[in-house]
Design a protein. Structure first.
Length: 317
């Protein structure tokens, strides 16, 4: 038998290897004569436990506080490993964020400077109780105000603009209950047969109060209604005043006059409102060409006269 080395301090020691018993029909091959082992001193130290959350907070959850019991642990083992130990960490991964207080026992992990776990250390105690308290708050988002308009303006009119003040309101509530594309409707506004701007102040908004809240709850809306512009073509006879003792004829006897204006005004336009007049300059010529003069209401615009000139023929009565 070989004598084992006497261990007096930390360091490397060589121990002889011996086989106490093998059956007679077996033989040991490649048998090393000794094994070199490193002996280290036992060490321990106290470490504060850190809390580490493994999941981000939901949008409407705010962390109020964390309590660890105990908040310190002792680590024991090889002096080399104890020196490497720089952090004692407890990880927390909640299953759901529906409670204001959560509690569980979680194991304590010992990490080195690089964040790697050190496995060969005894942790006393091996786990701690974790209490997490949270506060649930409402999420706020901006929503577009959508006017709910019923009916159509009177014939010949159209909606030129819709002005809302404010255009956006603030909605608040749980994230899962807020609409993906937030918008809030107003109470209905009836513009049937309207011919002028419709204004509503302090118009209430309509929304599901059990899902979210809105601020402000009322808006002002102006629906600007304007007449539609258009054109009208009229066949108007050409009028002419004959000098005394003379008879006048005109060719062609009528012209086409195109006027522009608002469609509702065309309804009240009569044949007497639009006149085409050919002037006789003198009786020295019995046949001449003259420009047609058009008389029409000031609310309209003259676009064209076809033809612009006519032939006037004079003869003695």
């Amino acid at each position: 038998r070989r004598a084992s080395p006497r261990i007096v301090d930390a360091g490397e020691y060589e121990f002889p290897l011996e086989v106490d018993f093998l059956p007679g029909d077996l033989i040991l091959r490649n048998f090393p004569p000794s094994l070199r082992l490193k002996i280290d001193k036992v060490s321990e130290k106290e470490m504060e436990v850190e809390f580490r959350l493994l999941a981000p907070f939901p949008e409407n959850v705010e962390l109020q506080g964390v309590t660890l019991e105990p908040d310190k642990v002792r680590v024991r083992g090889s002096a080399t490993d104890v020196v490497r130990a720089t952090r004692a960490v407890v990880n927390f991964l909640p299953v759901e964020w529906k409670k204001s207080e959560m509690s569980s026992r979680e194991p304590v992990l010992i990490l080195d400077n690089s964040g790697k776990s050190i496995e060969n250390l005894e942790v006393i105690p091996p786990d701690v109780r974790v209490w997490v308290s949270t506060v649930f708050r409402k999420v706020e988002r901006f929503a577009v105000v959508k006017p709910r308009i019923l009916g159509e303006p009177a014939p010949g009119y159209y909606i030129e603009a819709i002005r809302v003040e404010p255009q956006m309101v603030l909605i608040s509530g749980s994230p899962e209950k807020l609409p993906y594309e937030p918008q809030v409707e107003t109470l209905p506004i009836d513009i049937t047969q309207s011919t002028q701007t419709v204004k509503k102040t302090n118009l209430a908004l309509v929304y599901p109060e059990h899902r979210f809240q809105v601020s402000p709850r009322e808006v002002s809306i102006s629906i600007e209604i304007r007449p539609i512009r258009g054109e009208i073509v009229l066949d108007v006879p050409v009028r002419i005043s004959s000098p005394e003792g003379w008879q006048a004829t005109v060719s062609p006897p009528e012209v086409k006059i195109t006027l522009s204006g608002y469609l509702p005004d065309f309804k009240n336009l009569t044949s007497e409102d639009v006149r085409a007049v050919a002037q006789i300059r003198s009786t020295s010529e019995t046949s001449f060409i003259t420009r047609v003069q058009v008389i029409y209401p000031a609310k309209f615009q003259l676009i064209r006269v076809s033809p612009e000139e006519v032939t006037v023929s004079l003869s003695r009565k």
